[in-house]
Design a protein around this ligand. Sequence first.
Ligand code: NCD
Length: 304
Amino acid sequence: MTIRHLLDIDTLASTDIERLISSARFYKNAIATKTVNRDRLAGKIILTVFYENSTRTKVSFEIAAKRLGADVINWDINTSAVKKGETFGDTIGYLNAFEPDALIIRHHEHSAAQYVAGRSACPVINGGDGWNQHPSQALLDAFTLMEHKGRLEGLTIAICGDVAHSRVANSNLALMTKMGAKVRIIAPKLLQPQKIKYDNVSVFDTMEEGLKGCDAVMMLRLQKERMEQAAIPNDSAYFNSFGLTPDRLALAKPDVLVMHPGPMNRGIEIAGDVADDPNRSIIFKQGANGIPMRMAILDWAIPR
Ligand code: NCD
């Protein structure tokens, strides 16, 4: 039997995406009605292996796994033998020898999840690999947008800010275009991607141009840890040109939705009052939807 890894969005069919969204909807309802089947993953061991910091991704995968009855072991880089000079390949080799039922990996190197999948006998789920992919984030974003708009097809979605270094942007570009949305990248030239491999994507270098008529706006943090040199001279100049303010948001459709994968840097890419706008911001709803979507992903990946 082939192993079902979740490494990126490109290798998912649109039917897989639809199935995952409808399963997330099912699990969200099951959580609300306290009818989750805790036998689904009973007796399974899920290993989280995070080489980079995380709040949302790690905790929501852990809650998702536990809601389905699995046991979760969190490998911790700070107490691991990485500090004693063990290579990544050897660490992964040992963790696989323990025979987990699924492995969730976050790593700072591009394609790290692919590398781990090549050495694993269980499903590997990419929790973010360098600037490459973050498929569970794009799936929960799609689920959240579907809840509010009822469709993805035909929507105009702006992805704004540090697109060049963003795995969230890469996964969302793949997913939203596959599902028939139009995507606008809005970023200063230095933070625009070098090439775009999808149709229906346009690129803008001012918020004023790019935001006009959008149905949803996804803001991104400046990922300074992935910038080779300071691409952005200072935070307040960046906010002045690219920060999402109430005035700029008013250029989009009146029912525009504001999204952000977190962590937010208020006053740098997004004004605090936009982040907290009770009518338009769905940022914390995205966070909450991480749990049912990750339940759907674990259910999809781990054989019965
Ligand atoms: C993002 C990540 O780590 O890729 N956060 C997340 O998982 N929600 C975005 C970021 O770090 O800016």
